[in-house]
Design a protein around this ligand. Structure first.
Ligand code: NDP
Length: 460
């Protein structure tokens, strides 16, 4: 006779086989899109316990529907450089899921951008946005345009051309893009100006990350980096630890990194290293953030120029070497797959206690398993870096209400949101029998809200 345990075991195996079948369909339908496969696999594997407990999600084909975007737009972006030559780039927007609100997600301008990158980012955005508790769906976009070395006028012409097409597909209640790698306040400003011109109307809520003088929110620039540190701080506190007197390594030196460094330092940590795509700097005295801000936010210079101001610091070519530095807390804040299994092993050998993902999918699946197998506290991107999009949603709320909150109000809400995301992720991990596994906890907590909304809204 079959025991309850046998029945449970069979259910578990059936769901595992079901998830593997969906993974095969994803790989067949999206050939060569390795980043998208990686993001999908991480989520699908963690959904097994929730699908065992709630077979209605299988009956409604929720997972099959979630992994197929509502639409993927690609378009030509022609522009003229300063020498009068015509250039052509490719633009993308993926509108993945709008079950709980308008599509929402950043735009990335980087030569590595392709359909796989945009789809992995858009897919993750569904769950991240759900976790924030704000009414926003999942989307993402960008272009293979490389902003490095371009003049201000070239950037403006590119942004205007990009918006000429994108404007047909976005709107404050439809799809609300924001910044990401290579897209900051300057680019958002040029795109907003073009959108306004094309629409003949002032629709402030169509883009977030705007300048403060025309509808931007105080605290948005800092939100992703601060939010990551708030989330990691919650995780540390829950385990009897804190940032105080800890040694921290932060990769990257862009928007997320700069404000993660700022908040970690404010909480008493010493940040000893950061990087750009050429190499990393190590300053045993602690990174001087004002120098980094001047180099990266004002002068647009490479990170090795830090040594012009701090000759005792060290510069090393290459990015991965940053993970060989002994530290208590590692915050990968640059780009996808920047921290692999080998780097994870180096960090573990050097005594790392916690890892918090500021970037999207910066840790490979093998590296995540290595951290977990070695009891390193691990804060996954979907939860830890959700502060940026959460404050973007607050920017939309302020635009709709035609008012502006103080920085204290925004920061207070951000802190509370990050705390809630942490608690929801922990609670889901406990409820589904994987206590302490925040990767699974965050995926399940984000998934359920969207899945329930999809069921309520019928098959569409
Ligand atoms: P920025 O463009 O401001 O900074 C990116 C940083 O990462 C730069 O230092 C850049 O160096 C470095 N970098 C980029 N590509 C590579 C690479 N291939 N190898 C090594 N380093 C690289 O971007 P953000 O700070 O906005 O974004 C960083 C990460 O955070 C991304 O994964 C993004 O998706 C994620 N994120 C951002 C949010 C936001 O609000 N901005 C919200 C949530 C997630 P270099 O200048 O040399 O290219």
């Amino acid at each position: 006779m079959k025991t309850m345990e046998d029945v449970q075991q069979t259910k578990q195996e059936n769901v595992q086989a079901y998830v593997e079948r969906i993974m095969k369909i994803i790989e067949k339908r999206n050939p060569n899109e390795v980043e998208f496969h990686q993001a999908a696999k991480e989520v699908l594997d963690s959904l097994v316990p929730v699908l065992v407990k709630h077979p209605e999600y299988i009956d409604h084909a929720i997972v099959e529907r979630m992994v197929e975007p509502d639409r993927l737009l690609t378009f030509r972006v022609p522009w003229v450089d300063d020498q009068g030559r015509v250039k052509v780039n490719r633009g993308f927007r993926v509108q993945f899921n709008n079950a709980i609100g308008p599509y929402k997600g950043g735009l990335r301008f980087h030569p590595s951008v392709n359909a796989s990158i945009i789809k992995f980012l858009g897919f993750e955005q569904i769950f991240k946005n759900s976790l924030t508790g704000q009414p926003i769906g999942g989307g993402k976009g960008g272009s293979d345009f490389d902003p490095k070395g371009k003049s201000d006028l070239e950037i403006m012409r590119f942004c205007q051309s990009f918006m000429n097409e994108l404007a047909n597909h976005i709107g404050p209640d439809v799809d609300v893009p924001a910044g990401d790698i290579g897209v900051g306040a300057r680019e958002i400003g040029y795109m907003f100006g073009q959108y306004k011109k094309l629409r003949g109307a002032y629709e402030a809520g169509v883009l977030t990350g705007k300048g403060l003088g025309y509808g931007g929110s105080l605290g948005r620039k800092e939100a992703t980096g601060y939010g990551t540190v708030y989330f990691v701080d919650e995780m540390l506190k829950d385990n009897g630890l804190s940032f105080k007197d800890k040694t921290v390594v932060v990769s990257g030196s862009g928007n997320v990194s700069i404000y993660a460094i700022e908040k970690a330092t404010e909480l008493g940590a010493k940040v000893i290293a950061c990087s750009d795509s050429s190499g990393y700097i190590y300053d045993a005295n602690g990174i001087d953030l004002e120098t980094i801000k001047q180099l990266k936010e004002v002068e647009n210079k490479r990170i090795y120029h830090y040594l012009d101001h701090h000759p005792n610091a060290l510069y090393m070519e290459g990015c991965a070497g940053i993970w060989s530095l002994p530290c208590d807390i590692a915050l990968p804040c640059a780009t996808q797959n920047e921290l692999d299994e080998q780097s994870a092993n180096m960090l573990i050998e050097n005594g790392v206690k916690a890892v918090g993902e500021g970037a999207n999918m910066p840790t490979t699946l093998d590296a995540i398993h290595t951290f977990m197998d070695n009891d390193v506290l691990f804060a996954p991107a979907k939860a830890a870096n959700a502060g940026g999009v959460a404050v973007s949603a607050l920017e939309m709320a302020q635009n709709s209400a035609r008012l502006a909150w103080t920085v204290e109000e925004v920061d207070g809400k951000l802190k509370q949101i990050m705390k809630n995301i942490y608690q929801d992720s922990v609670q889901a991990s406990e409820e589904y029998g994987v206590a302490g596994n925040l990767v699974t906890g965050a995926n399940i907590a984000g998934f359920k809200k969207v899945a329930d909304a999809m069921i309520a809204q019928g098959v569409n």
